[in-house]
Design a protein around this ligand. Structure first.
Ligand code: NAD
Length: 266
C-alpha cells in the first residue's frame, strides 16, 4: 500500500488532501507536516479535520516519516515546496506538487529534481481543467488568428499569486496551438491609454474575492460571435482527489517530470 504524507496539513488544500487520502482505498495516509511551533504538532490528522482517528500523526518535519518511504503531496508555498522536494530527492521518493507561483529558476529546480525522482507537477489537479486544456487546444487551432483571446480567472481573497497557475497553463496551451511565444504575446491587465487591442495578444484578467475556489473562462471573441469555455471548481476535493490519484500513480513511475495529463493518459 502506498504511504502518503501531506505537507502543509493545516492549509486549505492540506485539509482536503487529508480527507481525500483517508477516503481512498488505494493508499494509506501516513501523516502530515505543519510549520514548526504549530499547536497541531503531535495531533492526529484525521481528528484535526473532524473525522475519526487516522493513526496519522502531524509532525513539524518530514524526517519523522523516513522509514516508510512515503510519497509526499505538497501544496504549501514556493520556497517550502522546493525544500520539501530536496528532501524527497535525498530519500529517493516521489513528490506530487500542487503549489503555484514558481519563478523560472524554481521551475528549473523542479525539472532537475525530476531527473532523480518521479515528480508530478500540475497547476490544477482537477479532471475537468485537464479536459478543457484539450478543448482549448482544439478551439485555438480552429479559430487561428481570427479571434481575440482573453483568459479571465477568479479566486478567493487569500490567493497570493496572480494570474493563477492554471490561467498561465491555459495561456501556454493556446500559445502552443497558435505557434506563439506566450511571454511575447501575453498582456497581464490593462490600465490607462492602452490603444486598440492588437489581435495577437492573449489577455489575462484576475479577479479576487470571497471564497471562490477557482474559476477560469477563456473568451474567443470574433466580430459577430464569441465562444466562452469555462471551468468552475466548487470544492477543493476535486484537486485533492486528483493529487492523491497522482501520488498512487507516481509510486509506480520511473524518475521524470509528469503532469496531470500523464496521470490521466490524455
Ligand atoms: P494555504 O495558505 O491555505 O495553505 C498552505 C499551508 O502550507 C499553510 O498552512 C502553511 O502554514 C503551510 N506551510 C507552508 N510552509 C510549510 C512548511 N515548510 N512546512 C509545513 N507547512 C507549511 O494555501 P492553499 O489554498 O492550501 O494553497 C496552497 C498552494 O496550492 C497555493 O500555491 C495554491 O495556489 C495551490 N493550489 C493548487 C491547486 C492545484 O490543483 N494544483 C489547487 C488549489 C491550490
Amino acid at each position: 500500500m502506498v504511504a502518503i504524507v501531506i505537507t502543509g496539513a493545516a492549509g486549505r488544500m492540506g485539509r482536503s488532501l487529508i480527507e481525500a487520502a483517508m477516503e481512498t482505498t488505494d493508499a494509506e495516509l501516513m501523516g502530515g507536516t505543519v510549520r514548526s511551533g504549530s499547536y497541531l504538532v503531535g495531533a492526529d490528522a484525521g481528528e484535526f479535520i473532524g473525522k475519526k482517528n487516522a493513526n496519522a500523526p502531524i509532525h513539524d518535519s518530514l524526517d519523522a516519516f523516513c522509514e516508510r518511504r512515503p510519497v509526499v503531496i505538497d501544496f504549501t508555498s514556493v520556497d517550502s515546496t522546493i525544500n520539501h522536494l530536496s528532501w524527497c530527492v535525498g530519500l529517493g521518493v516521489p513528490c506530487v506538487i500542487g503549489t503555484t507561483g514558481f519563478s523560472i529558476d524554481q521551475e528549473k529546480s523542479i525539472s532537475a529534481a525530476a531527473k532523480m525522482i518521479p515528480v508530478v507537477y500540475a497547476p490544477n489537479f482537477s479532471v475537468g481543467v485537464n479536459v478543457i486544456f484539450d478543448l482549448l487546444d482544439r478551439a485555438a487551432r480552429v479559430f487561428g488568428d481570427a479571434v481575440d483571446i482573453e483568459v479571465i480567472e477568479t479566486h478567493h481573497r487569500h490567493k497570493i499569486d496572480a494570474p493563477s497557475g492554471t490561467a498561465l497553463a491555459i495561456g501556454r496551451v493556446i500559445a502552443n496551438a497558435l505557434g506563439r511565444d506566450l511571454e511575447a504575446t501575453a498582456v497581464f491587465g490593462r490600465d490607462g491609454q492602452t490603444g486598440a487591442r492588437p489581435r495577437d495578444q492573449i489577455g489575462f484578467a484576475t479577479v479576487r474575492g470571497g471564497d471562490v475556489v477557482g474559476e477560469h473562462t477563456v473568451l474567443f471573441a470574433a466580430d459577430g460571435e464569441r465562444v466562452e469555455i469555462t471551468h468552475k471548481a466548487s470544492n477543493r476535493r476535486t484537486f485533492a482527489n486528483g493529487a492523491v490519484r497522482s501520488a498512487v500513480w507516481a509510486s509506480q513511475q520511473e524518475p521524470g517530470l509528469y503532469s496531470m495529463r500523464d496521470v490521466l493518459s490524455i
